[in-house]
Write a protein of this length. Sequence first.
Length: 109
Amino acid sequence: MEFIDPSVYERADEGLRQLIKRAEVGALSEKEYDQYEASMKLLADEIDMEKQGYERGMADGMRKGIAQGMQQGVQQESIRIAKEMKQNKIPTDVISKITHLPESEIDNL
């Protein structure tokens, strides 16, 4: 649609831009239309791949976050148990074997 002044596009709202785009697509030759369709499909595929990558990244991040949270929970429970054992006068080396905490950490509890 070569006769439309470019300033019309700048001032047009979204609805008018869509109508102009439809008119432009409708004026394409069969070969040009096939090229247009192929480029639109490629664009849609690229957008879909980006979206899937984002979703996969989010899922990976959630798994890592859950694993990290579980590890922190186990660590906190080991510390809680070590404190209780220390209060009950259990030797540090025994506490370390049971909780897998270093003796130096147990000494600082």
